[in-house]
Write a protein of this length. Structure first.
Length: 180
């Protein structure tokens, strides 16, 4: 199956399943797993992580962001540019940090519709993160719903797709992947 078909299937599952999720419980579980990932990467007060502000059907990231801020960890979030590249801004400000700011992050939490056991990530399809991720050597952690961790088959991967190092899903926690 190609990415368009897989993405469509995963979007339909979100539309069906997300309304019955306990978003508050999911948010707390995701935040705890994100703190674990950051701790394992050696992130401490004053260090940077990159996250994103989740949309209604995405796994909730508000508690993740709040947990880092409460610990003095700086959080940058993306600002999508007209050409689909990503600029960044620090949470709580509107000032752009620049395209290269992602290089400051020790861990980058990325949105995904699905992640397989090899670390292949299916995103929204606009290539925003495909443009941004080459600018960082950070640990990459996809944030998904539990059913979006696809272990029974390989997702389609193109040469420009950078595998993620780990995946977080509420209910399953942090899972390290043999990216490659």
């Amino acid at each position: 199956m190609d990415k368009v078909m897989v993405r469509g299937q995963l979007r339909r599952l979100r539309d069906e399943r997300v309304p019955s999720r306990d978003r508050a419980a999911d948010a707390e579980a995701i935040a705890l797993s994100a703190l674990q990932a950051a701790h394992e990467a050696g992130v401490g007060p004053g260090d940077w992580v990159a996250a994103y502000e989740s949309m209604a059907t995405e796994p909730p990231t508000q508690a993740l962001v709040a947990a880092f801020l409460a610990r003095g960890i700086r959080v940058m979030v993306p600002v999508t540019k007209p050409d689909w590249d990503l600029d960044w801004r620090e949470v709580g400000t509107e000032s752009p940090l620049g395209l290269e700011a992602i290089g400051r992050a020790s861990v980058v939490f990325v949105p995904a519709h699905g992640v397989d056991a090899r670390g292949t990530r299916i995103g929204q399809g606009k290539g925003c993160y495909d443009r941004a991720l080459p600018r960082t050597a950070a640990t990459l952690v996809a944030v998904v719903h539990p059913w979006e961790v696809v272990l029974d088959r390989d997702l389609p991967r193109e040469p420009h797709d950078r595998p993620v190092d780990a995946v977080i899903a509420a209910g399953t926690g942090l899972r390290r992947l043999p990216a490659g």
